[in-house]
Write a protein of this length. Structure first.
Length: 269
């Protein structure tokens, strides 16, 4: 463990995890803090570090009884070694990056973040994951939901990220239909949107009959999987107060969404 930054070392706060701020509360705060950093024209490095690092927020109580906070990052061994090297060789993070992040959190939530701490993630078997898609989109909903999903997968696991992945996919399908001027009802679900897109978008037509038959069978299989995502999202995700899917099944659902986003983004470009 490394205490990478302390805004007020004289407080001598204990570096221990006592009470974690839930992700559904912290992620919107983090998003607003990123907007604040951009508005104040902080460097890309500051913004990129805060956006991409899966920080957790923990309550930190001092001897005076006042509530303060600690940002905690469980890094991989490679990340830990690299950050340790950078902290030894330069003062950029201590003097620029961490103070900016703490100031932004204070500005958007009056949140007194006293410490930024890096731990090391214990070696464990990782879920097999399809690479996160980088889709071309003009939708803020798609961008934000995809970023939130990646943050939640890293910090809390796939079950907590399933709702955000579903939201990103839903918004992407709607945008694709609108861009192609395919008429769909206002509250169309992902099953309807995908079916309309598959049947009516000219870029999803395949000329070779043999390849077309093969892809029809494959896409029908994905259509059945997509149809199952609606009840999974409603009954087994953070969309409602549900019992969540187990991590392997949640990651399977997210991988299905990622696979379709990769395919559609390539076909519709």
């Amino acid at each position: 463990m490394i205490v990478m930054y302390e805004s007020n070392p004289s407080l001598k706060l204990k570096v221990e995890k006592t009470e974690r701020v839930l992700d559904e509360e912290f992620i919107p705060i983090k998003r607003r803090a990123v907007v604040f950093l951009k508005a104040k024209q902080y460097s890309v490095d500051v913004i990129k570090h805060f956006e991409e690092t899966p920080y957790e927020l923990w309550v930190q109580t001092a001897s005076d009884g006042k509530e303060r906070y600690m940002l905690w990052w469980d890094a991989t061994i490679a990340e830990y070694v690299e950050m340790e090297r950078r902290l030894e060789e330069e003062s950029y993070f201590q003097q620029i990056v961490f103070p900016a992040i703490c100031d932004a959190l204070a500005a958007v939530r009056y949140m007194d973040v006293q410490s930024v701490v890096m731990g090391v993630k214990l070696a464990e078997e990782e879920d097999i994951q399809v690479a996160p898609p980088k889709v071309r989109t003009n939708s803020d909903i798609v961008d934000i939901a995809l970023r939130d999903a990646e943050t939640l997968i890293k910090s809390s696991g796939a079950p907590n990220a399933l709702d955000r992945a579903h939201t990103a996919f839903h918004a992407y399908l709607r945008e694709a239909c609108e861009d192609a001027k395919i008429n769909v009802v206002k509250d169309a679900d992902i099953t309807t949107l995908f079916a309309q897109l598959r049947d009516k978008h000219p870029k999803l037509k395949i000329i070779d009959p043999q390849a077309d038959k093969m892809m029809v069978d494959i896409l029908r299989g994905f259509a059945r999987a997509i149809d199952a995502l609606n009840p999974v999202r409603n009954n087994k995700s953070m969309a409602h107060p549900n019992m969540l899917l187990d991590p392997p099944e949640a990651m399977l659902a997210i991988n299905t969404i990622r696979t379709m986003l990769h395919y559609l983004d390539k076909k519709l470009k």
